[in-house]
Design a protein around this ligand. Structure first.
Ligand code: BES
Ligand code: MN
Ligand code: ZN
Length: 502
């Protein structure tokens, strides 16, 4: 899974036919090698006719270009070359892939018109963008037989891109990590896109357990084991489902040190009906994606292990299904979480925080992490506050918040910090128990975060990412055309790379 043979890097153009992709910018110039192909005159004519200005990622498509051996020439704009930032290279790869037909083989001559070299990392980012863009979830489209007769069995698209650049040998090295990250993101998308009848808690746990092949240590807790540990917050959610819950711990020990691991904790509600506080029918099908946090954690662990990250990281996911049933939990019920905190259930649809409460407890008591980051499709309120362009970030530690914001900015998986505080914490005080699981109509994302913070041990740096707006159904981008975005995999990977490795 780690190497995608469909992307390859070369020092010079070897193809003599097929599709050639070249780069220009708002000066409408080409680099030296591109100019040497003798396309400048042809391009200038076509650009004039089409009023092509080489704005960022704008393409000009020349079919059967006269005087060239290539069948198709695609010119892609870089906009103002001096303004390019890191994320632009993967977006460029996405735009290029988007200009190609499914499975169309192409050669990209990656050369800047301003003479600056495109680094190996940037070339690898182009490849990553192309792989991310090519993904579509077609598995259940029975009519969609691929040319190779695979009949919708793969969702990975068919990328065949030869990337030519002066830094090709460095790009090959950088690609080991980039392809691992892309695979991790695609794995997360796949888990979120799969319907709940296919991926219940047990099946999801099996997918996570497959990381064992990459050297990840896997531990799976069954219902019986969780009962013994007193995880009654998580179990209360699961009790309305005929499908038993699971808790999975994935441990990657990539650092030579004995450092305590960073912990990623994910909400894995394979389907959220709301339980007895049942949700309205409209749009309920989207709740198959209520395990986007768990999917991001699995995808990130996949990326880290597959690129052999030099860091110690543990991923913990709580997997349940939230169903209404004769045995389901009721509003008014009081449960005791494994940490000893008692919780009054006001609304059975505020189930994610109950799952996280026990998953966080387990992560902290088992692995003693100094840093814990949880990810959860936790509240509709975060969509009201931030829409789909930023995930909500909550943290008890400014340095951790800053590090996550930085990782978000460079990967394009952006986060926006929202406040925590005693005044909000008061809103979850319960008449009958220590806390209640909802905080009323206002500040819904914040009171949910306050609830989770009640399960964070003293001295632990903690951040919570509410990804209800970003994990699925977010606007289509240059690097994602799928309902599930795989949000968080690239962010977490980058956070580890920049803060814990090297
Ligand atoms: N899974 C939902 C949150 C959600 C909403 C995710 C929309 C993705 C898209 C969560 O379990 C939930 O139902 N939250 C409630 C909390 C409320 C009952 C306090 C909500 O947001 O309405
Ligand atoms: Mn819910
Ligand atoms: Zn939910």
């Amino acid at each position: 899974m780690s190497q995608n043979p469909a992307i390859s890097f070369h020092k010079s153009v070897s193809a003599e036919s097929g599709t050639l992709v070249v780069l220009t910018d708002e000066t409408l110039n080409f680099g030296a090698e591109t100019t040497g192909l003798g396309i400048a005159e042809l391009f200038r004519k076509a650009a004039g006719t089409a009023d092509y200005k080489a704005k960022a990622l704008a393409t000009l498509d020349l079919l059967a270009p006269a005087g060239l051996q290539f069948d198709r020439l695609i010119v892609v704009g870089l906009g103002k070359a001096e303004e390019l930032v890191e994320g632009d290279w993967s977006r460029l790869g996405g735009a290029i892939q988007g200009a190609l037909r499914k499975g169309e083989q192409a050669t990209l001559l990656a050369e800047r018109p301003d003479g600056k070299p495109i680094s190996g990392e940037q070339l690898a980012d182009i490849g990553m963008g192309a792989v991310l863009r090519a993904y579509s979830f077609d598995r259940y489209k029975s009519g969609k037989a691929g040319k190779d007769g695979e009949n919708g069995k793969t969702s990975k698209g068919h990328v065949k891109l030869d990337i030519v650049g002066s830094e090709a040998s460095k790009a090959k090295k950088a690609w080991v990590a980039r392809s691992a990250i892309a695979e991790g993101a695609l794995l997360a998308r796949e888990l979120v896109n799969e319907p709940a009848n296919v991926l219940g808690p047990v099946e999801f746990a099996e997918k996570a357990a497959a990381l064992e092949a990459l050297g990840v240590t896997i531990e799976i807790l069954t219902e019986k084991q969780m009962k013994k540990l007193g995880m009654r917050a998580l179990l209360g959610v699961a009790q309305g489902s005929v499908r038993p819950p699971r808790l999975v711990a994935m441990h990657w020990n990539g650092s030579k040190s004995k450092d305590k691991p960073i912990a990623f904790v994910g909400k894995g509600v394979v389907f959220d009906t709301g339980g007895i506080s049942i949700k309205p029918a409209g749009g309920m099908e989207d709740m198959k994606g209520d395990m986007g946090g768990a999917a991001a954690v699995v995808g990130a662990m996949h990326a880290l292990a597959s690129r052999k990250a030099k860091a110690n990281v543990v991923g913990i996911i709580g997997l349940v299904e939230n169903m209404p049933d004769g045995n389901a939990q009721r509003p008014g019920d009081i449960v005791e979480a494994a940490s000893g905190v008692t919780i009054e259930i006001i609304n059975t649809d505020a189930e994610g925080r109950l799952v996280l409460a026990d998953a966080l407890w387990y992560a902290q008591k088992t692995y003693e992490p100094k840093v814990v980051i949880d990810l959860a499709t936790l509240t509709g309120a975060v969509l009201v506050a931030l829409g789909s362009d930023h995930a909500g970030l909550f943290a008890n530690d400014d340095a951790l918040a800053a590090a996550l914001s930085r990782a978000g900015d460079v990967t394009g998986e952006k986060v926006w910090r929202l406040p925590l505080g005693d005044a909000y914490d008061k809103l979850i005080e319960s008449k009958f128990a220590d806390i209640k699981n909802t905080g009323g109509r206002h500040a819904g994302s914040i009171t949910a975060a306050q609830f989770i913070q009640r399960f964070v041990d003293d001295g632990v740096a903690w951040a919570h990412l509410d990804i209800a707006g970003t994990a699925m159904g977010s606007p289509q981008s240059e690097i994602n055309r799928s309902w599930a975005s795989g949000w968080g995999v690239r962010l977490l990977d980058r956070f580890v790379a920049d803060n814990y490795e090297g």
